[in-house]
Structure formats: C-alpha cells, structure tokens
Design a protein around this ligand. Sequence first.
Ligand SMILES: NC(=O)c1ccc[n+]([C@@H]2O[C@H](COP(=O)([O-])OP(=O)(O)OC[C@H]3O[C@@H](n4cnc5c(N)ncnc54)[C@H](O)[C@@H]3O)[C@@H](O)[C@H]2O)c1
Length: 259
Amino acid sequence: MRLNNKIGIVTAAASGMGRAGAVRFAAEGASVAVVDLDNEATDAVVRQITAAGGKAIGLSGDLTRDDFARDIVRQTVSQFGGLDFVWNHVGTPGPASIEGLDWKDFDFAMNLNVRSVLVSTEAALPHLRARGGGSLLFTASTSGLQGSPYSPIYNAAKFGVVGLVKGLAKRYGHENIRVNAVCPGTTDTPMLRVFVARPDSQMPAGETPETLIGKRGGLNPMRRVAQPEEIANAALFLLSDEASYVNGVALPVDGGATA
Ligand SMILES: NC(=O)c1ccc[n+]([C@@H]2O[C@H](COP(=O)([O-])OP(=O)(O)OC[C@H]3O[C@@H](n4cnc5c(N)ncnc54)[C@H](O)[C@@H]3O)[C@@H](O)[C@H]2O)c1
C-alpha cells in the first residue's frame, strides 16, 4: 500500500477530486481527516471509507475561518497521533467580472484559494517536522499556468498558489518537507458547472453548462474532460514516498491542454 501508516488531511474532501482522493488514500493505508463545509457529505465519505475497512474522521467547517483552518491540524494530530501529509484542495472559481467587480467577491476568492491554505500549512509545518518530514500538496489549476480571458481573478489566485508552492518547496526541502501542486484541467465535478455558469463568464447565448463542458472536452487533445479519480491518482503519487525527490512542481493533469 502506497500510504501505509501515513496520517493525512484532505480538504474539500466531500465531493469531486477531494472525495476521490480521500477514499483512495484510505484504501492505500492512510488515516484520513476528511475536511469540508458540507457536514452530511463529509459524514458520507467517512462512512464510505470505514465501511471499506479504512480509517477516517470527518471535520466540518468553513476553511475561510482561520480558527477552523488551524483546528483541522490540531484535531487530526489529536485523533491519529501525528501528521504526514496535507492535500490543500479547497478553492473557488471566484468572480469572472472585472469591470463592476464586487471587491468582496475578490477578497473571498483570495481568502479561500490562497490565505486559507497558507493558514493550515502554517499549522501543519511543526507536525510534519516532528515526523522527520512530510508532503504538502496544493490544488492549483491549469489556470495557475496560463491565462484565461474568463478568469483573470482565478488566474491571480491559482498563480498565487503555484508561487506559494515553489517558495515553500525551496524553504522547507532541507527538512524533508516536499511541497507540490497538482494543476487539474477541466474535471467533471460540481464546481465545473459553477465555474462555467458564473455571471459574466461570457458563456455564449444558447449554451448551457453541459454543452459548454462538452465543447471544452472536445477541444482537449484527449477529446474529453478529466474524471476526479484521474486527478486523485496524480495526487496519490505526489503525496507518496514514490515522489521522494519531487519538490516544487506544478504538475498539469490536463490531458495535454497546456502542452
Ligand atoms: N473541477 C475543475 O474543473 C477544476 C479544475 C482545476 C482546479 N480545480 C480546483 O479543484 C478544487 C475543487 O475541487 P472540485 O472540482 O473537486 O470541487 P467540488 O465542487 O466537487 O467540491 C468542492 C468542495 O469544497 C467544499 N467547500 C467549498 N467551500 C468550502 C469552505 N469554505 N470550507 C470548506 N470546504 C469548502 C464544498 O462543500 C465541496 O464539497 C478547487 O481548488 C478548484 O479551484 C477544479
């Protein structure tokens, strides 16, 4: 098993890629803290993991609250006895508009995408150090690698995540703490529908989220969008000891879209 005896946290773990990751990591031997805003969906993931013989706890709350972003680390360590990895997967598309932007929406996007993941990272670092090292993984996006006319604010946030990853990787590598990002392309989750249907996202008249997602898949070199498990597989590699010399990368998992 690729994460045998490891203890880890997955945020935004009640849905989509985070859920796929939490379930997979537990199947690979990890004890997993399933963190999400959605209380019922969190419980369902914990039940799924434990029914399969895995170890999991559910922690429900809003990661834009600094106290909760820190507390997920405290509770994980107190329940499982340590910490080896964190997948900081939480994020939000943020507003699509620029002119007439409501700055509260901008602040929220930066808070969730950049600030909240740094708050939980700050809390996690002493515990990783205490275990002789560990692995921090962040979810950026292909929007953290290239610009989009529909998402400059999401670009700013996810380029910020990639910048954070590269700086942290250089700062903490000597302590055997590896820091990487996974950069999903268009992936079939509930958030994708929110993303393409945002007001001001310039969705062409006559299109629905489903038709637009179909077209985005059709434009991909692989002629389809990703499934959440395909991103979770890449996350598993980056978190595991198989990636023991992989540090500071922003790995596109995008079917070649940014090639
Ligand atoms: N789906 C895509 O096409 C795509 C592509 C690239 C990057 N991403 C990134 O993936 C991550 C989201 O993943 P997904 O597509 O698996 O989404 P999803 O919609 O399947 O799940 C998002 C989860 O985040 C939780 N959440 C939202 N706000 C929260 C908060 N404040 N505190 C705690 N939990 C919160 C929700 O309850 C939900 O369960 C984000 O970082 C997003 O930017 C998504």
